[in-house]
Design a protein around this ligand. Sequence first.
Ligand SMILES: [Zn+2]
Ligand SMILES: [Zn+2]
Length: 442
Amino acid sequence: MPRRKKEDQPQEDIRSIKTPPLIMGMKDVLPTDARYWEFVERTVVKLIDDYSFKRIETPVIEKYELFNHTLFKQSGLAEKEVFSFIDRGEKLALRPEATTSIARAFVSHNMVNQTMPMKVYYWGPMFRQNRVEENTFRQFTQVGFEIIGDATAAIDAELIILGHYLLKNLMLESEIHLNSLGCAVCRPEYKKTLSGFLKSKRSAVCADCRKSAGRDPMHFFSCTNPKCLKLREEMPQTIDWLCDECRSHLFKVLEYLDELKIPYRLDPFLLRTFDYYSKTVFEITTKTDEENTTPVVLAGGGRYDYLIEMVGGVRTPAAGFAFGLERIVNQMKNSKIEVPAGPAPDVFVTQLSEQARQKAFAIYEKIRHEDFTVRANFSKSSLKAQLELAKKANAKLVLIFGQKEIVEGTVLLRDLESGIQEVINQNRIVVEVKKRLKEKKD
Ligand SMILES: [Zn+2]
Ligand SMILES: [Zn+2]
């Protein structure tokens, strides 16, 4: 029977739908942006190693009450900003930030009995029902660092310094702003003063702040109403109400930064809004320029000595900070930062025919297991195209398998830098590659 042409053959009917659009506020990160993400990742990995942080992973979904208690009561994060839903009668939420979850994990696993301080870092998606604007997303990636179980100023300084070097290593120009929000001893007196101030300015503050002036004057911290923002210059400053301990803690943090000659700005209007912050709060922003454009906040955090107690543990001092990955990548692009390529591969394997491809594939696996960094592109058949890829990747050596080499059991070894090319026996590939790489190093 004659074979039927392909188009005559009956085919299974593939049913298509119209491609669903992305959900509002969500974003795909495409491979074209990968070099930025990978560069940040490499930079973070280097620093967490230097500063001995261990990774922690907490779930994306938590009980709603966790955030309700720690974040919404008095903070700038409104209940409506959190993605929440009922699942089989249980109210759940997508995490809007990770510090609360880490505090919850610390208590759940009784980590207080472990060696303190505990230094952890995380890297993952957070969710907020933000208004969707340019470069604001409802799912965004946060990378954060927490040090739990140490009350000393050295910890606050270590985190600020880590943030400073992180941005420096990412080639971003930045500046540090910091403030102290006081503690459970000195804050009540401050709150009373703030409350008195807001009541005396009744007509000048917004309706919300007027209503909360008595019960919760700290609401004013997170208010973005233009009327209230204008009043900030006149408000009593937390720094003037610090108890002796908070004051000396702040000065010690500053001394650490002075010692390293890291510049900072003491900013009495820096009021991070989460209710759990105490003592040091800080933000690292883009540099303020002459045109006085509002600086972009690149990273932020502070001390949160009461958070673990708030989620049901014993009072444990802690501090941390986080940065938004999308915002950092965006800033790198805006600042036209040339992202350095990853480490150059040792060997690029190329091939010139179907038979050569099979051999090249086997060799590729063999030398990959020898701990060399190896690259190849088996979808390409033209040598010119493959050599271009090898050059682009900055490969040190290239192995070329052609028809002739396959028959003879040899391979061409080319040094891309010098252009020198030699025929070597296939059995000696590993030895010869090792030798050449060593020569290059010396
Ligand atoms: Zn205090
Ligand atoms: Zn207000």
